[in-house]
Design a protein around this ligand. Structure first.
Ligand SMILES: Cc1cc2nc3c(=O)[nH]c(=O)nc-3n(C[C@H](O)[C@H](O)[C@H](O)COP(=O)(O)OP(=O)(O)OC[C@H]3O[C@@H](n4cnc5c(N)ncnc54)[C@H](O)[C@@H]3O)c2cc1C
Length: 423
């Protein structure tokens, strides 16, 4: 639960409060319907924009620390050198054009009972409905992976500086070295991501450091699009990618950043570049606000994405428990729209309708070669469910032309999702 009370909040708000004609303290700028969105990633951006588009009488404030956001999607292409980091950068001007009030600050507390949000900068924001979309934070499942180790052995699982560090390390390494990826246990952000990353890095090594290879040390025995990835590894990188399942000694439990060594039990892997992706949980603010269950994720009502822990707070994106939807950008965008529609209905005294959600995840796994998984979801007996017969995987016997077309679809999807979420 939030550790500041409604009374304390009103005291704190005194500095920004005006006295109304009736003599009651009124929060400056009080409007009849207010939504505060915590986090300006793909989920938060989408929700903020779609609420404003559906009902411009609702005041929407989006709180996000960074002035620029780097998409994780296609960040693996930055690692391979196929794209510049500037191409995965978005800003908040598009949302402002929709009338979203963007505040660059960090939310440090959410008082669900008092319906208020407090920021690091000392501001407080009252809301009628709050959307929480803080993405992920990391668990301490790997001994020695502290703040210093994170710089030496970057996760690059939040795009931006971490992506830059990992790319630089790949450029700096000598030919003949091993690039090891420690893949996380389920559930985690972007289930196909570590394996697409392996193929992207292998493309770079094949061309620039041909005696080097990628070693995937996995905490799992299987992963998303398993058969399709195994095919792609063989098709393009028979000598450049090695995958080790957990049962065969893949589960990294400890690292030593000083010597760039990953340990699986007592077995040491001293490598040239170490990409360590720890186990994950909801973003720290969701945990602090008491929105998480014992596994560290936020349970929600699938119709509205309203938290089952705190009324009036909707959790979307990676932080939420939205199974069978994956923790993906496309799912976060779809959840943002679902929550937006529900919030607009609720604030106007109406019943939220039945949601329909969608996800497609493309993985670019070789030159002119991509694979995908797609699915539509709806609500059955109150639970988010896959719609039978919808979506599917790239067929295992797909032609090179078909897979080349999937690369074009991936790039087109990327432009569309950026525009839809922040444009
Ligand atoms: C390598 C990689 C590749 C990927 N590829 C794809 C892909 O091809 N397709 C796809 O659909 N998905 C992909 N994803 C997954 C996708 O990036 C995530 O699922 C998506 O970003 C989740 O959106 P979100 O809004 O929940 O969180 P985020 O996008 O992480 O946004 C969270 C935001 O909240 C802000 N925040 C956090 N705490 C606070 C706070 N206390 N106060 C204010 N703001 C806060 C953060 O600064 C951040 O901007 C990929 C991920 C990775 C790592």
């Amino acid at each position: 639960m939030a550790n500041f009370t409604r009374r304390k909040f009103i005291q704190a708000a005194g500095s920004v409060a005006a006295v109304s004609t009736l003599g009651f303290p009124a929060i400056v700028g009080a409007a009849s319907k207010k939504v505060v969105v915590v986090g300006g990633g793909v989920g938060g951006g989408t929700a903020a924009k779609y609420i404003r588009m559906a009902d411009p009488s609702i005041e929407v404030t989006l709180i996000e620390p960074n002035k620029t956001y780097y998409t994780c999607f296609l960040s693996n292409e930055v690692l391979s050198g196929h794209r510049k980091i500037e191409t995965i950068m978005v800003n908040y001007k598009g949302l402002e054009k929709h009338g979203v009030k963007v505040v660059h600050d960090t939310v440090v507390d959410i008082d669900a009972a008092g319906k208020m949000v407090k920021t690091h900068g000392g501001k407080t924001f009252a809301y009628d409905r709050c959307v929480v979309a803080p993405g992920i934070s990391f668990k301490d499942n790997i001994e020695g992976y502290d703040a210093a180790a994170m710089k030496a052995m970057p996760h690059a699982w939040k795009a931006g500086d971490q992506t830059r560090i990992l790319r630089q390390q790949l450029e700096d390494m000598a030919d003949g070295g091993v690039v090891a990826i420690a893949a996380p246990p389920n559930p985690f952000r972007c289930p196909p991501g570590p394996y697409e990353r392996a193929t992207q890095i292998a493309m770079y090594l094949q061309k620039h450091k041909p005696s080097s290879k990628v070693l995937i040390l996995d905490s799992k025995d299987k992963f998303s699009k398993f058969g399709l990835f195994q095919q792609a590894f063989k098709r393009h990188f028979p000598n450049h990618i090695e995958w080790v399942a957990a049962k065969d000694g893949g589960k990294v439990t400890r690292v030593d950043a000083k010597t760039n060594t990953m340990y699986v039990g007592d077995t040491a892997h001293k490598v040239a570049v170490a990409n360590v992706i720890p186990a994950q949980q909801a973003g720290a603010i969701a945990i602090k606000a008491g929105l998480t269950d014992d596994k560290g994720w936020c349970p929600i009502d699938g119709r509205t994405f309203e938290s089952t822990m705190h009324k009036g707070v909707h959790v979307i994106g990676d932080a939420s428990v939205a199974k069978p939807l994956p923790k993906s950008g496309y799912a976060a965008n779809s959840e943002g729209k679902t929550a937006a529609a529900a919030i607009v209905a609720l604030l106007n005294g109406e019943q939220p309708g039945d949601p329909s959600l969608v996800n497609t995840c493309y993985s670019i796994v070789g030159p002119n070669d991509a694979i995908s998984v797609a699915m539509v979801y709806d609500l059955k007996e109150g639970k988010l469910s896959k719609v039978k017969g919808s979506g599917g995987l790239t067929p295992k016997d797909s032609s090179p032309e078909m897979r080349a077309r999937e690369v074009e679809y991936a790039y087109s999807w990327f432009e569309n999702i950026k525009n839809d979420s922040w444009g």
